[in-house]
Write a protein that binds this ligand. Structure first.
Ligand code: BG6
Length: 489
């Protein structure tokens, strides 16, 4: 393993550090995966001592684990945690920080990871100050910078931010996070497709009738109303998570599992997505807002921000021409589930009698990203002792039962480790992020311009507005709602 790394977290007094980053780093340390002697340095404006910072993190990282957290493990880990009060956006503090980091480090240090857990509005100033303080230089070890989402709020701002960042850092130093890529089951999409031979031959327009990608949440906006109201579901979930899942479902096999080879293929898919036409918004998208959203703290009383959206996209390639991809996400829905539904074509000619009024369910592959991570394949079987009656049956794979000894880790564990190791496979490249905005911009802008029209309402605990069902019915299809919620292995 390499020499010790220094992980510098900007915005360290915030929620993300306590809830996600430190617990993930602690787990990595417990598993012996962090280079020995790795330091974590929290930076934020709140005045605090090292000990106060450690105590704060103890609550979220160790105590929350209950008996699973051994105090000796935590204490050993916490000794490597430091805190430096300061404002990374000011050049003076940047220079001071550089000196203090050098004092903490020794000759064995391999490099530094700068994690921007800051409000995105602070990114440009933070980057400029890191650059001015010489913190982007790699003369004394590697230096990498991690950006949380959102990276920009439209194509123009994402391009501008990329320009600012790349004036200071080289693209090989930049790690843009989409935490969905850190999910094991999202990575398993690649394994399913490219470590097996039976799926790829049918993974195309000749066998697949349509695809649904749903990220449904039961939670509402909670305390994030002020942020969410400026973002909405299209920026918050589609531009990143849903489009990323789409790329993994549709990309061509790369020559090898390597960051740029993978990302080249994902970029080709994003380039091939047919750009939605602003004038025909209703034909390919539906929005919704849950009832009571406007009463949430931080939300404007006349807000038109969508908390639900469904969008039909096409990937114009030989493999996918004409296959509709339905992407859907919302808050306040009936179930928490992230699923990819691959709906295969029906048999071209049915030789068995299907009773009047009944239809048969054609083959369907359900890939559950969460919460009950697994894969279901449905197919028809003969009902025994009932003539030639048919019924849908399932083949199941569940992570929980197949790997009972290995709980699925939090996405940040893998992502932080990869960033420390310099593996950018699960991070978003400059061109990727811009292409994703290029797809979403016309939809977001188009709907925003129709500001006299009401956004369809939906009841909390439903599967979205009735308009979303009609949208599918119009296409002669139906949403599959929580397929994996209804099946047990
Ligand atoms: C975040 C969004 O990126 O993803 C949140 O900002 C959303 O609004 C969250 O709740 C969903 O992540 P997960 O891992 O719970 O599916």
């Amino acid at each position: 393993m390499d020499g010790p790394a220094t992980i510098v977290i900007f915005g360290a007094s915030g929620d993300l550090t306590a809830r996600k980053l430190i617990p993930a780093l602690f787990e990595n340390a417990r598993k012996g995966r962090l280079p020995a002697g790795t330091r974590i340095v929290g930076v934020s404006r709140t005045p605090m001592t090292d000990d106060e910072f450690r105590r704060r993190l103890f609550e979220s990282s160790c105590r929350s684990l209950g008996d699973a957290c051994r105090p000796d493990e935590w204490n050993a880990f916490a000794r490597g945690i430091h805190y430096i009060p300061g404002n990374v956006s000011t050049p003076d503090d940047g220079a001071r920080l550089h000196r203090q980091l050098r004092e903490l480090e020794d000759d064995r240090s391999s490099g530094r990871l700068y994690y921007l857990a800051l409000a995105p509005a602070l990114y440009p100033a933070a980057i400029a100050s890191l650059g001015a303080a010489g913190l982007a230089n790699q003369d004394r070890g590697w230096g990498r910078v991690v950006f949380e989402k959102p990276f920009g709020h439209d194509l123009a701002s994402a391009r501008e931010l990329n320009r600012t960042v790349l004036q200071v850092f080289d693209e090989s130093q930049v790690f843009r996070i989409d935490h969905y890529l850190g999910k094991e089951t999202v990575q398993n999409l690649l394994v399913l497709r490219f470590a097996n031979t039976i799926f790829e031959p049918v993974w195309n327009r000749n066998f697949i009738e349509h695809v649904q990608i749903t990220v449904a949440e039961t939670v509402k906006v909670g305390s994030r109303g002020a942020y969410y109201d400026t973002a909405g579901v299209l920026r918050d979930m589609f531009q990143n998570h849903l489009l990323q899942v789409l790329t993994l479902v549709t990309m061509e096999p790369p020559g090898r599992y390597e960051a740029n080879a993978l990302r080249d293929e994902k970029v080709k898919v994003l380039e091939a997505v047919r750009l939605p036409q602003r004038e025909a918004l209703d034909e390919f998208s539906v929005l919704g807002q849950y009832e009571g959203y406007r009463d949430e703290p931080g939300v404007a009383a006349d807000s038109r921000t969508p908390t639900f959206a469904a969008v039909r996209l096409y990937v114009d390639t030989w493999r996918w021409k004409g296959v509709p991809f339905y992407l859907r996400s919302g808050k306040g829905l009936a179930g928490k589930t992230t699923e990819v539904i691959i709906q295969f074509l029906c048999p071209p000619h049915m030789i068995f009698d299907v009773p009047e009024g009944q239809t048969i369910q054609c083959n369907r592959l359900v890939i559950t990203i969460q919460p009950d991570e697994g894969i279901h394949l449905s197919f028809q079987t003969k009902v025994p002792d009932h003539g030639m009656a048919l019924r849908e049956s399932m083949l199941y794979f569940h992570y929980r039962s197949s790997y009972p000894e290995t709980p699925i880790p939090e996405a940040y564990q893998r992502l932080l480790l990869d960033a420390i190791r310099g593996d950018a496979s699960l991070f978003i490249r400059k061109d990727e992020i811009e292409l994703a905005w290029r797809i979403m911009d016309p939809i977001i802008g188009g709907w925003a311009a129709r500001d006299t029209e009401p956004v369809p309402a939906y009841a909390v605990g439903s599967w979205g507005p009735p308009e979303a069902d009609r949208f599918m019915e119009h296409d002669g299809r139906r949403w599959v709602n929580g397929a994996s919620l209804h099946h047990d292995a």
